[in-house]
Design a binder for this molecule. Structure first.
Ligand code: HEM
Length: 564
């Protein structure tokens, strides 16, 4: 795929931007892997909860009928005996905040389990997005410890897994976590230990690590797995499952390499078990060069600010390196002076855990206290259709990064976010669109990410992401800046979700949208009313154009003045 693709861009960031600069939030909750955020751990971990929850969401899958599977219906099935415990609620609390219009809650549940596995020792697992959140519960069907071996084999067959794959999948899951007295008193006897109030007994001696111990300790007889050596043989489901082919599969999977590759493949299949009619994306691969939070903000007069960053995947620090961004107008020709040298600070580094891949981030301008990335200034009479990069490692032989000649497309056509936008939630929320004068949109509106149900200010555990739209009425006498009209809308704190948003406009020939940015950074509010900060004269501010290192500071000075 080529950038931009809003859905794949967002899935890719959530999947690969793990640790360090611009990291997404989920990974921190499994660092370290033993971390548990919901009371006394006693060996419980967020990582184990996330993996169990994904399995319980999938386990309703009927591969023949194409119903159930990974569809986040688990949020509506928490009261069932087969889903006893608080693991599911704990997982939903982390997953729902990360979900949005491009990453469904079901995508998030799969991703949480995948992140838990990869952060805690598994090899890389293929990840696709595009799951659709169910609106009603599925037919029950999660296997339980007291069920017979025959019923487990039949249950996994319905889910699309053979007996051998069942043994593998249970081992891949039960290398994490254990069984707790609190919710399974018939399996685990009470434990009088203040550091283990849940009464958790682990499946293996390394409860927060992806390794073969769940099988090797079973084979060497040292296992304490409560589903193998539990006092109540009726609930020793792991024992029956592991022994069901005379330990052939368990023995095979005791080899770490075989275990790792088998689990990566089984877990990917588990995540991709989706209802009929749902089409998943391709396997999400990291983009080698990826703009981040890149957008144009229409400012005072005819000033247009290009802000953002770019991530270079699998790149090491090199103080001799220079990175230039170049851009071209809508005719495709590079205008003179349309280039800027990008900046990089030593903290602008991120890592991806599997293989310890390092990425370097470069800003369109030096990071400041207020803004991660400051803008490059353009004039709105000058179009900008695409950007590309030149990376010189210090050998004077710059390498062009332009997605095979396509460049990185920038949408500057008829709609931008105006810098009259002021996001001082909950005191003040003003969103202003800059619409090219004379372009005559049929409708201009805000698309704001929120959730289908709230519990006061928290997201309800039954919620899925829901986009809300707010129409921006056409101003009766449009305020003009440069070549654009400003369409502002003031929102009250009570009906604003404070999530990511973008602006859309319907024209006769289709809809145009501003980029979707999860954590947008806007100039601090200008103060006063929106109207008072808008010039109605349309006079150009004579914006400077960034050309190289020296004139960047000129552009930055303009920006600072605006941000006061
Ligand atoms: C016959 C199939 C299965 C049965 C009967 C079963 C049963 C159980 C039980 C009774 C627990 C204890 C939960 C608690 O104490 O809160 C548990 C935990 C767990 N299960 Fe399974 N399970 C099965 C398959 C799987 C599969 C296929 C996976 C994942 C691929 C999985 C992942 C987990 C994880 C990670 C935990 C630990 C949760 C924690 O420590 O909080 N299970 N399982």
């Amino acid at each position: 795929w080529t950038w931009p693709n809003p859905q794949l861009d967002e899935l890719e960031s959530q999947r690969y931007d793990r640790v360090g600069y611009n990291a997404r939030t989920m990974t921190a909750s499994v660092k370290p892997c033993t971390r548990f955020d919901f009371g006394v751990s006693g060996g419980r971990s967020n990582a184990a909860d996330w993996i169990r929850t994904a399995y319980h969401d999938m386990a309703t899958f009927d591969s023949g009928a194409g119903t159930g599977g990974m569809d986040a219906s688990i949020r509506l099935e928490r009261d069932r005996p087969e889903n006893v415990g608080d693991a599911i609620a704990n997982t939903l609390n982390v997953a729902n905040v990360a979900s949005n219009r491009y990453v469904s809650l079901a995508d998030e549940l799969a991703l949480a389990a995948l992140i838990a596995m990869e952060e805690c020792g598994s090899p890389q697992i293929d990840y696709k997005g595009g799951r659709v959140d169910a609106t009603v519960a599925n037919v029950a069907g999660v296997p339980q410890p007291q069920d017979t071996l025959d019923s487990h084999i039949a249950s996994f067959a319905r889910q699309g897994f053979t007996q051998e794959e069942m043994i593998g999948l249970v081992g891949c899951g039960h290398t994490f976590g254990g069984t707790q007295h609190e919710f399974f008193p018939d399996i685990v006897p009470p434990i009088s230990d203040p550091s283990n109030t849940p009464g958790q007994v682990l499946f293996d001696t390394t409860g927060a690590t992806f390794d073969t111990k769940v099988f090797t300790e079973y084979l060497d007889g040292s296992t304490k797995n409560p589903l193998v050596v539990g006092f109540n043989d009726t609930t020793n489901s792991d024992k029956r499952i592991f022994a069901s082919d005379n330990n052939a599969t368990v023995t095979k999977l005791s080899d770490p390499g075989t275990f790792a590759s088998t689990c990566a493949s089984l877990m990917a299949r588990m995540f991709n078990s989706v209802p009929k009619g749902v089409t998943l994306t391709e396997v999400i691969q990291p983009l080698p060069v990826k703009p981040h939070a890149m957008q144009l903000i229409h400012g005072n007069g005819s000033l247009v600010q290009l802000s953002g960053e770019v991530r270079f995947w699998n790149m090491q620090e090199n103080p001799q390196r220079t990175v230039k961004m170049l851009w071209a107008d809508s005719t495709g020709t590079q205008c003179s002076n349309c280039s800027a040298t990008l900046s990089h600070a030593t903290n602008q580094v991120s890592t991806f855990t599997v293989g310890n891949v390092t990425s370097m981030w470069y800003s369109f301008m030096p990071p400041t206290a207020n803004l991660k990335s400051s803008p490059i200034a353009l004039d709105d009479s000058q179009s900008i259709a695409k950007v590309w990069f030149e990376v010189d490692e210090g050998d004077g032989k710059p390498v062009t990064q332009d997605q095979g000649g396509a460049g990185f497309a920038v949408q500057d056509n008829r709609l931008m976010v105006s810098n009259n936008t002021c996001m001082a939630f909950p005191t003040k929320v003003v969103i202003a669109a800059a619409v090219r004068t004379g372009s005559n949109p049929k409708r201009v509106y805000i698309k704001a990410d929120g959730f289908s149900a709230m519990n006061g200010s928290s997201i309800s555990l039954e919620a899925i992401p829901a986009t809300q739209t707010y129409d921006i009425p056409q101003p009766s006498s449009p305020q003009t800046q440069g070549n654009y009209d400003i369409w502002p809308l003031t929102l009250s704190a009570s009906n604003w979700t404070n999530g990511p948003f973008n602006i859309a406009a319907d024209f006769d020939d289709g809809t145009v949208e501003t980029p979707f940015i999860v954590q947008p950074q806007y100039p601090s509010c200008l103060g006063g009313s929106v109207a008072s900060s808008v010039s109605s004269s349309g006079a150009s501010a004579g914006a400077p154009t960034a050309t190289d290192g020296s004139s960047q500071s000129g552009a930055f000075a303009v920006f600072s003045a605006l941000a006061l």
